[in-house]
Design a binder for this molecule. Structure first.
Ligand code: SF4
Length: 398
C-alpha cells in the first residue's frame, strides 16, 4: 500500500482523477456526506466537527458545493448517507441548499435510500416535513440511551422524553427509522441496558445500531480515564451487555445482520451494506473517506482547513492510498465477514492470487478449528463465539 500525504501545494484542480475515478471503472453506488457541526461535543466523541459555529455554515456550504462540482456531471447513486457531526442541525435555508445541491450532483432513484443522522432535539414536524419533501427517506436518530443518568454521563444534550418523542414523530414521516444506542458507558449496569433495549423495542423502530463505548484518543473521555475520573466497564460486563442486545433484539423480530446492526425485515441499511460488500463510494466533507477505483482518499479532518484549501483552489484530500490487488481482496474479506451471512469465499478466492488465497485459507482454517468461524460449502461466516472476539481476528487477514 502506498500512502501519500498530500502536501497541499496543488494549484490545478483535478480531484476526480485524484479520487481514483476512471470513466471505465465501476460506478459508485453510494455517497457519504460529512456535515461537521454539532451544538456541543459529547465527551466520548472524537469525530471531525466544530461545536457552536453557525457562523461557518455558509462558508462550509460554499466549499462543499465546489467539492461536489468536481464530479463534473451528475452521478447517479443508489444510497446517500448524511452523517457527521449532526446534519439535522442546519437551519431551514442551509438545509434546503445542501439537499438541493446533493439532488443535483448525486441524483438518487426513487427506490434509493437517502439517510440523514439527526439529533433528537432537531426532530420537529417542520424539520421532518422539510427533509422528507426534499428526498430524505430514512432517519437515523442519535439517541444513545433512555436513562437520564447515562445521558448525563455521555454528555448528551437531550432527555429521554425528547428522544422518545423524536422517534415517535419520525415514524410518522419516514418509512425507515433507525436508532443508535451506546452500551458500556461508565458505571452502566445490565439492568439499565435492559431498560434501554426494552424502550427501543417498545418504540418499534425499524433498525438499531449499537456500539460499545470506546475511549478514543482526542476525545475528552480519554483524558478523563487517564486521570481516573471515569473507568471503562470490565470486559466481561461489556460482553454481557452485547449478548443481551443480541438476545433481546432478536427475540423481538430484529435480524442481527452485521456485528453492530439489527434490522426489522426490509430495513437493513443499504448504504452500509455497500461498504461491507467492498463496493466503491463517493465521500464529501471534512474527514470524509472515499473508496474509488482501488484508491482510498481521505479529506482533511479540520473543517476550517477543509474550507480554506477549497477556497484557495486546493484539494481537500489529505491522504491517498492505492491499494494493491491483494489488499483489496483482504479488505473485502474482512469487511464482508462483519455481516452475519459471511462471505462467499469460493467466489472471492477466484479473484485472488494463490499466495493471498493460501494465506487467508491458513488463517481461516485456524479460526474454523477454534470454533470462531463456520465454513459451509462455499460460504464462511463468524460463529456466535467468533462474534464476541471478532476484533482480534481481523489482523490475521489484513
Ligand atoms: S456524538 Fe454525535 S452529537 Fe455528540 S459530538 Fe459527536 S457527532 Fe456530535
Amino acid at each position: 500500500m502506498r500512502i501519500i500525504k498530500n502536501t497541499d501545494t496543488q494549484s490545478e484542480r483535478n480531484w476526480l482523477s485524484e479520487w481514483g475515478w476512471r470513466e471505465s471503472g465501476p460506478a459508485s453506488l453510494a455517497a457519504y456526506v460529512h456535515i461537521p457541526f454539532c451544538r456541543h461535543r459529547c465527551g466520548y466523541c472524537n469525530f471531525s466537527l466544530l461545536a457552536n459555529r453557525e457562523d461557518l455554515y455558509e462558508r462550509f456550504l460554499n466549499a462543499f458545493e465546489i467539492e461536489l462540482a468536481e464530479l463534473k456531471e451528475p452521478r447517479r447513486v443508489e444510497t446517500i448517507f448524511l452523517g457527521g457531526g449532526t446534519p439535522s442541525i442546519l437551519p431551514r435555508e442551509p438545509m434546503a441548499r445542501l439537499l438541493g445541491m446533493l439532488r443535483h450532483w448525486l441524483p438518487i432513484d426513487s427506490q434509493g435510500e437517502w439517510s440523514m443522522e439527526a439529533n433528537p432535539l432537531d426532530v420537529t414536524d417542520e424539520f421532518c416535513e422539510q427533509i422528507l419533501s426534499l428526498g430524505i427517506n430514512r432517519l437515523s436518530i442519535g439517541g444513545q440511551s433512555f436513562q437520564p443518568s447515562k445521558l448525563l454521563r455521555l454528555e448528551r444534550d437531550h432527555s429521554p422524553e425528547q428522544l422518545i418523542k423524536s422517534v415517535e414523530r419520525a415514524k410518522n414521516y419516514f418509512s425507515s427509522v433507525s436508532l443508535d444506542l451506546i452500551f458500556a458507558a461508565p458505571n452502566e449496569s445490565l439492568a439499565g441496558w435492559q431498560d434501554d433495549l426494552k424502550t427501543a423495542i417498545e418504540l418499534n423502530v425499524h433498525h438499531v445500531s449499537t456500539y460499545g463505548l470506546t475511549f478514543e484518543k482526542g476525545a475528552r473521555f480519554w483524558g478523563m480515564r487517564q486521570r481516573h475520573e471515569i473507568d471503562s466497564l470490565p470486559e466481561e460486563l461489556e460482553l454481557e451487555l452485547y449478548k443481551e442486545a443480541i438476545e433481546s433484539l432478536c427475540n423481538h423480530g430484529f435480524d442481527h445482520y452485521e456485528i453492530s446492526n439489527f434490522a426489522k425485515p426490509g430495513h437493513r441499511c443499504k448504504h452500509n451494506q455497500n461498504y461491507w460488500l467492498g463496493n466503491p463510494w463517493w465521500a464529501f466533507g471534512p474527514s470524509a473517506a472515499r473508496y474509488i477505483g482501488g484508491s482510498r482518499s481521505v479529506n482533511h479532518r479540520g473543517t476550517i482547513e477543509y474550507i480554506r484549501r477549497i477556497e484557495k483552489n486546493r484539494s481537500p484530500v489529505d491522504e491517498l492510498e492505492h491499494l494493491t490487488a491483494e489488499q483489496m481482496i483482504r479488505e473485502r474479506f474482512v469487511f464482508g465477514m462483519r455481516q452475519l451471512a459471511g462471505v462467499n469465499w469460493n467466489s472471492l478466492r477466484s479473484e485472488a492470487d494463490s499466495a493471498t488465497s493460501n494465506s487467508i485459507e491458513a488463517a481461516m482454517g485456524k479460526h474454523v478449528a477454534a470454533g470462531w468461524m463456520i465454513r459451509n460449502g462455499e460460504n464462511v461466516r463468524l460463529s456466535r463465539e467468533g462474534l464476541f472476539i471478532s476484533d482480534v481476528l481481523w489482523s490475521e487477514y489484513l
